[in-house]
Design a protein around this ligand. Sequence first.
Ligand SMILES: CC(C)(COP(=O)(O)OP(=O)(O)OC[C@H]1O[C@@H](n2cnc3c(N)ncnc32)[C@H](O)[C@@H]1OP(=O)(O)O)[C@@H](O)C(=O)NCCC(=O)NCCS
Length: 354
Amino acid sequence: MTYEVDEIAMPTSLDGPGGPQFLEYAAVSNAVENHALGTDVLSMAPAEMLAEYRDNPHRVRRHLVVREDRRIVARAMVTLRPHLPGNGAHLMVDVLPAHRGRGIGATLLEAAERIAVDAGAPVLKVGVAHSAASGGDRIASPTGFGDVAAHDDGVRFLTSHGYALEQITRISLLELGSAPRLEAPAPPDHRVVTWTGPTPDAWIADLAVLRTRMSTDAPSGALVELEDPWDAARIREHDERMAGSGRTALTAAVEHIPSGSLAGFSELVHSAAGPVAVQEDTLVLREHRGHRLGLLVKLAAADLLRRHAPDTQAIVTWNAEENRPMLDVNEAMGFSPIGYEGVWQRRALPGDGE
Ligand SMILES: CC(C)(COP(=O)(O)OP(=O)(O)OC[C@H]1O[C@@H](n2cnc3c(N)ncnc32)[C@H](O)[C@@H]1OP(=O)(O)O)[C@@H](O)C(=O)NCCC(=O)NCCS
């Protein structure tokens, strides 16, 4: 059986041309993730997904679909960062559970890999939620932290297509209603600064340093991760895109008063469309670690969220399973795991894409 793979363009809006097709595409993505995790708590609102899926100056995404009876039953997405070609491409293939085991996934993966390799990607990466069920045969992460179910559809699929498991990402949820309210005073010579929405001019240069360091300082096992440089223009573009998508970034940072510069930050993203806020970057610069600044900025960000959007029910976060310092902070705040993602990688091969 052969399947027709179509590339689809992202619409400019959900109500315009291509909007209904995008809604079907988004529904496949949400349904597959919900099926793996056994919860819809991470379902993304289509408007937010569209904002993330449309191209921006630092990220190009290509989208493929397979239809049956004129309905989208599977999709693939290729994420490229043209300013950072050595980092490779991220691939994602989602097939609705009722349509699996017939070669649709293999057809889409091959098409996605061809796009990535034609774009010059030296390495292909996949980050995907796997079955949250514990027990049974497991495949261990080479980091020594975490494992995945050997029987999971995605685990079998990626293994048989030559991908190696490199790292486990823990997905954790903080239920704001029942979370303990911790206090963390700022150490001497430090003060917390917070802002809602776009980055204030005074902090743009410091935030560019922090975001750049984020790309290399989070644990990444044996994954190919090059430094992803940020500057003021990129921060402005990022902030404008966020505001244009109906989401609000809530940022808490800590200033090292003697130097007048930021030592760390933590950012939450709240959307009017959903009850769960998303934890984005948290980083304390290496030279400032060991003073509990991570807990300080995370608590300050959570407080900002409680004030800005008191109806928010929970915060979700993704962390490397080996990132003990960050997990310690999260566990102290009351985050608990709801599922795991595998991060997979394979080198592009000379025959790929022919
Ligand atoms: C992983 C996933 C994309 C696979 O989709 P799929 O359409 O079932 O993929 P395929 O049909 O090509 O292959 C799946 C299995 O069916 C088998 N198969 C393929 N065609 C077949 C056919 N005609 N008859 C019988 N078996 C077949 C394959 O050999 C493969 O077997 P395996 O599980 O032992 O490796 C799908 O399970 C999914 O969406 N999972 C959740 C998201 C995910 O993990 N994505 C992977 C990240 S890229």
